[in-house]
Design a protein around this ligand. Structure first.
Ligand SMILES: [Mg+2]
Length: 274
């Protein structure tokens, strides 16, 4: 990724944050902390890594991406809209009565592979897609972005074991590891540490990286699989609510609305950020 592409990723992340804040304000609710947490990852993934085409969203050899943490889906919707998968105006209808975009992500939207929101569903489905690709001799890859909460789910760990047993090296689990979830700190609910070590013991190749350093995000995803014959996991250390000072690292911003005043303050911070 050259400097111009990195600058483009920075700018796209800034736009995604701005869209998410406005969408949550207009829709009167949403998982804003979760959206901002992954806002630096999606632009790198969609502009530098995934083989996808906004003009041909169902092309056969496309890489598949599943957002298992579908509650934060507005960040993906904003990314897709900015890249031309569907009109930007649709974002105005997020979480509104009879609007095109629901609070959790839906596969009815161009570019969205699978409807999610109930945690623990994304990785099992990604396993199925990876298995189907292997059996058909296809070369595309399957990516799944999980949250701390996803990794509390037994179904996720079943999928982790299954993928390792079958050596699905076309499968990539990304973790938005902000160490907070709906009701508090993950370490106080179900402690995931050491996640990297756990995944390696379960037969995956794993790497940890700063999920807000877009150059590092790119470098962590450039040469997949991390190890031949193993599924790959990239654990992104992130900050819930990243980019808005009063939201950062505060689980109370897992879900909620924004007053006009708070929206103005948040937008000012994001718009002025370098
Ligand atoms: Mg979390």
């Amino acid at each position: 990724m050259n400097e111009a592409e990195l600058t483009k990723c920075h700018e796209l992340a800034r736009k995604v944050r701005i869209h998410c804040l406005k969408m949550v304000h207009k829709g009167k609710s949403g998982h804003i902390g979760s959206m901002l947490s992954m806002a630096d990852i999606l632009p790198v993934l969609y502009t530098q890594i995934l083989n996808v085409d906004p003009k041909n969203v169902k092309k056969n050899d496309r890489d598949r991406f599943i957002l298992s943490k579908g509650h934060g889906g507005a960040a993906l919707l904003a990314t897709l809209a900015e890249l031309g998968f569907f009109p930007l105006e649709w974002l105005d209808e997020y979480y509104c009565d009879n609007g095109k975009l629901s609070g959790h992500i839906s596969h009815h939207i161009p570019g969205v592979e699978f409807s999610t929101g109930s945690l623990g569903h994304g990785l099992p489905v990604a396993c199925g897609m990876a298995m189907a690709a292997k059996q058909a001799g296809k070369k595309h890859r399957v990516f799944c972005l999980c949250s701390d909460g996803d990794l509390n789910e037994g179904s996720t760990w079943e999928a982790i074991m299954l993928a390792a047993q079958h050596h699905w090296d076309n499968l990539v689990m990304l973790v938005d590891y902000n160490r907070l979830q709906a009701l508090g700190k993950s370490r106080d609910i179900i402690d995931l540490e050491s996640l990297k070590q756990k995944l390696e013991i379960f037969g995956w190749a794993a790497r940890e990286v700063d999920g807000h350093d877009q150059k590092a995000v790119y470098e962590s995803l450039r040469d997949l699989p991390l190890c031949d014959c193993k599924p790959s996991a990239v654990i992104f250390r992130t900050v819930k609510g990243k980019g808005v000072s009063f939201m950062e690292n505060d689980y109370r911003w897992h879900y909620g609305g924004l007053t006009d005043e708070l929206l103005a303050q948040a937008l000012k911070e994001v718009e002025e950020a370098k």
